[in-house]
Write a protein that binds this ligand. Sequence first.
Ligand SMILES: [Zn+2]
Length: 509
Amino acid sequence: MSKYYITTAIPYANDNPHIGHAILFLYADVMARYQRILGKEVYFLIGTDEHGQKMLKAAKEHGVPVADYCSAKSAVFQNLADQWNITNDDFIRTTEKRHMDAAQKFWQEAEASGDIYKKKYSGLYCVGCEAYKTEKDLVDGKCPDHQKEPEILEEENYFFRLSKYQEPLELLFAQHPEFVYPQNRYNEMLNILKNGLEDISVSRATDKLTWGIPVPGDDSQVMYVWFDALTNYITALGYGSKNDKLFKKYWPADAHVIGKEINRFHSLLWSAMLMSAGVELPKMIAAHGWITIDGQKMSKSIGNVIDPLKMSSDYPVDAVRYFFMRELPFDSDGDYSEDKFIARYNGDLANGIGNLTNRILVMIEKYCAGTVPKVKNVDHSLIDFLKNEIWPAYEEGMGKFRFDRAMETVWKYITHCDQKISDSQPWAMAKAGKTEEVNDLLYHLAESLRQIAVMIWPVMPETAEKIITQLGLDTAEEFAKPLEELKNWVELTVGKNIQTPEPLFPRLE
Ligand SMILES: [Zn+2]
């Protein structure tokens, strides 16, 4: 069985999650679920990043010990994953011993390669970013992300010889154009690479930062964010420990799903770190765009931050998952507004899939005594359309993180089925006593519904399972079948007794 290892960036848990964190988890979850449908053995990792100055500051503001603060915040992220039906296999926290030990081991490997050295450094430091800035990073002397002038900081730190990996990275980019996905993000990284890479500071003096992983052999320094956080992707698998079964099995990762703002740290720095430590590189860095709220950047000062936990308690979680995956193309930014959400909900869900499911089930109840009929005459127009156009377009979209396109394709088929019903008027056929024609049509519609359920499962698992159950099938049994069987016109539904139809998505006013 082929394997698939997928991870998300680990959110910095100094505050409660916002909608961007939920969307990050969601992108990876949809891909993880899709890979499971394809029959792969999937391992899916998420977690929280918990060290650093901002964490200490937040804990102090709340008057609690920093370790307790981390645990409380991390638990909110874990709850978010549960509420949004994220199917992660593991959740790593960077304050866990398993992570800290392995991150130290990784450091030692890089050090053994001669890539870590000590240097006095003076620079412009933005506390908000926890990063040194160069003059060209600043706009009017301020960090553009935090609208603050950076502090001048002088200290002795360990540096990572990133510049040494200039050529190996150029080679990687030339040989593997698929390494950074999508294309626009690859181009952005290639431009940064072409400008030349400088060595990067990877530790902080403990008088400045005491909440971190100690540098091996030097208690006066702790690891700085990236050498700590990035290694989670392998420490969670047991890298560097006696129990490295998962690491041997699943590494290299098939995809690191991240936001575009941290692409350079993954595509360039993490790659160089892995080369230095002699660890294989991941196959793909998949960087998604940002979300705006009513056309504006989401920010605390504007007061338009969306709480994903509130959203999933106000609305069915499947509707929320569907909205974001349908509305946000992976390669660009997308926008949320409540009006857009309600329009999609009523249009695509209540009137779309909800109505179609209900129509079909009600007709089976009425014209076939609640049992999916056998087929006599195969409707090739419907079968060929699904097989030759819908499934290939769906699979193309799903495989490329273009869940928006995949869902658009499914809805094309939903519209097609609705049209089929309106055109053939089964109620008139029934009235005229054309039982065979009615049976043939309802068989095709029941089968269509079953295939629609399979296609939407990665995005809307609860809805998919409800449809399968309403068709009289067993969800566990169905989803255990290989995709080749699920997507064929087999008589899976024939003879099944459907359940009393129940509306999937009652309209929102
Ligand atoms: Zn900043």
